[in-house]
Design a protein around this ligand. Sequence first.
Ligand SMILES: [Zn+2]
Length: 583
Amino acid sequence: MKWNLDDILPVEKFDELFKEVETEIKTLEKWVEKVRPEMGQKEFGEMLIFDENLGVKLAKLGYLPHLRMAVDQKDQRAKLLKSRMDDLGLRVSEISMKLGFWIQGKRKPILDDKNAKRLFSAIPDLEYGLIRSREGAKYSLNEREEQIINHKDVNGISVLGDLREMIETEFEYVLKIGKKTRKIKTQSELMSLVYSPKAEVREAAYRALLAKHKDNLDKFFAIYQGVVKDWGYEAKLRGYKEAISVRNWGNHVPDEAIETLLDVCSKNVGIFQRYFKWKAKELGVKKLRRFDIYAPIQKKDKKVDFEEAKMMVLEALREFSPNFSDKAEKIIKEKHVDVMPGKNKRSGAFCATVSPDITPYVFLNFTGKSRDISTLAHELGHGVHSLFANKHYASSQHANLPLAETASTLAELILFEKMMEKETDKEIKKGWLSDKIADAYATICRQNYFIKFEIEAHEAINKGVTAEELSKLYLKGLKEQFGNSILIEGIFKHEWSYISHIFESPFYCYAYNFGELLSYALWTNYKKDPKHWVKIIEKILEAGGSQDPQIILKGAKIDICCQKFWQDSFNTISVWEEMLETL
Ligand SMILES: [Zn+2]
C-alpha cells in the first residue's frame, strides 16, 4: 500500500548522483559555449542526448524529495535534499536559457534557418520541440531583457501571488447555522461543506466564504489588477495578439481552436440547466439555489476496499484494451502506488512521471468511496499514457496540454460505464449519474465561464474599472450560465476573488474543459466503432509530446477548430441525462 521510491534512486545514492550532475553541468556549459551554425549534425545530436540524459538525472534528484514530502510533509531529510536540488536547478536553467537563445537565432554565433533545419533533424524525436522553440523567437525579447524580466518577476509578480495566498491562509471562516457559530480554519475544510446533504450547511459554507472575500475585496482587486496589467504589458511587449494568446501559444493550440471551444460550450449551457431543473425536482424544491448545485442526491453509496477497487478498474480497462490494463497493472505490481491517507500526507491525488525508463508513480488518498475508485482510474490513466509514450526521449514523452488529460479522462469514462452496467440498485445508479453530471458541469461549464470572465476582465482592467464593476461583470456571467435554472444571490458576484487559477495562471482553466470534452469525443467515436478507435486512441497516446497536438489529432481525423467536433462531445452528457431522467 506504500510506494517504493528506490526505483527512482535509493536515498543513499543521492549524493553520488548529485556530484555526477554537478560535473555534467560544467560539461554542458562548455558544450553550449561551443555551439556554432556550421557544427556537425552528429556533434549537435550528441549534445542533445547529453542534455536529455542530464535532464533525466535532474528529474530523479528532484522527484525523490518531492515524492517523499508528498507522503510525509515533515520529512526533514527530503526538505534538505529539495533545497540543494533547487539551487542546482537554477544553474541548469541559466545554461538552458543560453542554449534556447542560440536555437532561436538570438545568440552569437547566429544560427541561420538553413543550418537550423539541418541540425534540428539530428534526432527526429526532438525535432518538433526544437522547431517550436525556434518559432518562439517571434515572441521572445533579447537575452538581457529576458533576464531582467525573470529577475523582476521573482520580486514582483510572484510576491503578489504569495501575498494573496497569505491573506487567504490567515482567514478564519465563521460558519453560522441557526444560532450556532463555528470557526473553520482552512478553505478546503470549508468548501467540503458545500457537498453536505444539509441545505443550511451548504448555504452557511458559501456565506462564510463570500463574506470574507467581500470584506477583503479591495486587497484581492488590487492584486488581481497587478496580475492582469503585468500580463497585458508583457503580452503587448512580446507581440501577442490577445492576452489569452500567451497561454494558447504555451499550450500549443491556435487561438481559433479556443474560440471555437468557448463558443460551443456557451451554446450548450442548456444541458446543465436541464440537469439543475431535474435536481430541484429530485430534492423537492421549486428552484435550486446557487448554494445547492453540489447537493448530493444519493441516499446510499457503496464502499469498497482497495483490492476490490483495483480489480474493478483493471477489469474495466481490460475490456477496453489489454494494452491499457497491462500498463495499469504494471504500475500497481511494481509498488508505484501510495494508497492510503496518512498523518503527514498531503491531500489529493496525482501521477508523477519521472522519466521514460521509470514506471510512473501514483499518489492517492483512498478512502473507499466511489469517487476514490474514479480517482484511481484517472491517475492510473495518466500513468498508462506515460507508459504508452515511453519510447521517446524525456522531453518529448509528456503530452502537451490539449492531450494531457486524454487517457485519464477516458479511463474514468470506461470505469463509469462499466460500474453503471453492473450495478442493479437504481438509487445507487441515480446517485452516480447525478454526481457525474455535476462533475461535468464543474469541469466544463464552470471553467468555460471562468475563461470568459477572464477575457472580459483583462479588457476591462486595462481600460480602467472598479472592483464593484468587475464583480458585476462576474455576476453577468453567472446569470448567463445558469439562465432561469438557478436562484443566484447577489453575494456570488464576489466569487471571482476566490478562484486561485485566475490569479496564479491566467487563462489556465480551459485546460479542464478542453481535456474533458476531447476525451468525450473520443469516447463517442469509440462506441460507434470500438476496434478501429482503440487503435487510433493508442496511437494518439504513443505520440506523447513528440509532435504538434493538432497534427497528432489530424491523424485521427479530429479538427479542434471545428464546431461539430466539440458539439459531438456534448452527446455523452445528453445520454447520461436521459438515463438519469428515466431512472
Ligand atoms: Zn488529470
